[in-house]
Write a protein that binds this ligand. Structure first.
Ligand code: PMH
Length: 386
């Protein structure tokens, strides 16, 4: 019989909820009490699992959640999350009733969007809005003072709408050169000062800004990457005011172990050739799991010992060079700690020539997530069994 919440392949990601809690509490203690924490749980909580991360963040002191799209907010509501949720990205004006009915806060940055939305809303609908200002990110947001004044008037004149927040997003808060950051910050202050009524929430800081620039706290910050225990950029690692604890780890098991002789080949293209008698182990994880081909040559851990991936990474499997024979079933750690050795998300990001944000996001939902608290499994999520 198949069991729900179970999986039948020896590859999984572990999500340490105690570390999420510690990271949120770390920021909570770092900030003045009046500054609220908006936990950014878009993209399935950066690949960690939206509902588990949301619940943990809320119990550790976050008061608001943020996602990129309305669908993500609805998914959280379906899973029983009742906390306020802000959709940071654009929603379609024809969908505003769905947001209103589920008490989901939307982002607005165009007057004509709002006019279309007003035509869709019923008389009794109530919709909370945060106005997005583009102070230099060049993505979405109001850039001109006149447009802001017109938009504010439209909102204030409609009693179905509540202007609950105003925000912007920094493009360089994680860089050592703070010039552009301060330009954006000044523009934000200038635009906010034009508002006739100050909304309840004024927020602009992402993780990097919340860790580095107290003056940009206003009364809420949006915590993403640091909640997952990852530093926003390697440059600011030395500036961290408290240690971050990495939440995500990735594991597999040897499914086949064999001895190759000098000249024997491994994987597609037959590009790897044994130089002598060698032990090669196969693990059931590949590029369809987000363990991309660029990670060829990356090391993994067995018993705290590093050993390299050899030959090309396949869709569902890859091979590692073992120092000696190991039994089938031996655990292999691709990201995380084993004995006294660590393979960090940053190490994988560097090898893949990308940023740490991207790594847990691209570990696909074919990889089950196991949730741990106090070292014990408290939940398992296997998306492909749904
Ligand atoms: N607010 C907005 C509007 C964002 O887009 C993000 C992250 C955050 C807050 C959280 O930032 P942090 O994870 O650095 O704390 N957005 C993205 C993005 O669009 N690409 O990478 C990160």
């Amino acid at each position: 019989m198949e069991e729900q919440g179970f999986f039948y392949r020896d590859t999984w990601a572990e999500i340490d909820l105690d570390r999420v809690k510690a990271n949120v509490e770390g920021l909570r203690n770092h900030l003045p009490a009046y500054v609220e924490i908006i936990a950014v749980v878009k993209a399935n909580a950066y690949g960690h699992g939206d509902v588990q991360i949301s619940n943990t963040a809320l119990s550790a002191g976050a008061t608001y959640l943020a996602v990129a799209f309305l669908d993500e907010a609805l998914s959280l509501r379906r899973k029983g999350i009742t906390a306020p949720i802000l959709v940071l990205g654009a929603s379609r004006p024809q969908d505003v009733r769905i947001a209103a009915n589920h008490k989901i806060t939307l982002t607005v940055f165009q007057s004509n969007w709002l006019t279309e939305a007003q035509a869709v809303l019923n008389e009794t609908d109530q919709l909370k809005l945060h106005v997005k200002l583009d102070t230099g990110m060049g993505r979405i947001g109001i850039r001109e003072s006149d447009d802001l004044e017109a938009l504010e008037k439209l909102i204030l004149d409609d009693n179905r709408l509540e202007l609950e927040g105003v925000f912007t997003h920094f493009s360089t808060a994680d860089e050592l050169d703070t010039n552009y950051f301060y330009q954006q910050f000044a523009r934000f202050q200038e635009m906010v000062s034009l508002l006739k009524e100050k909304p309840k929430y004024i927020h602009c800081s992402n993780s990097a800004a919340s860790l580095r620039f107290a003056e940009a706290n206003f009364n809420a910050v949006r915590m993403g990457i640091s909640m997952y225990g990852l530093t926003p950029s390697p440059e600011i690692e030395p500036e961290l005011p408290y240690p971050l604890k990495e939440v995500f780890s990735l594991h597999s098991c040897l499914i086949h172990v064999k001895k190759l002789h000098k000249g024997d080949k491994v994987s597609y293209g037959a590009t790897y050739e044994a130089k002598q008698d060698e032990w090669i182990g196969t693990i059931p994880i590949g590029y369809a799991d987000g363990w991309i081909r660029k990670l060829q040559g990356q090391e993994v851990l067995i018993d705290g010992i590093r050993m390299p991936i050899v030959g090309r990474i396949c869709m569902d499997q890859c091979m590692i060079l073992l120092p000696h024979e190991y039994p089938v079933g031996t655990q292999v750690t691709l990201i995380g700690e084993q004995v006294n050795e660590v393979i960090s998300v940053n190490e994988i990001a560097a090898r893949a020539e990308t940023i740490n944000y991207e790594i847990p996001c691209i570990i696909s939902n074919r990889v089950p997530r196991i949730y741990k608290r106090n070292g014990k499994t408290v939940d398992v999520y296997n998306a492909i069994a749904d």
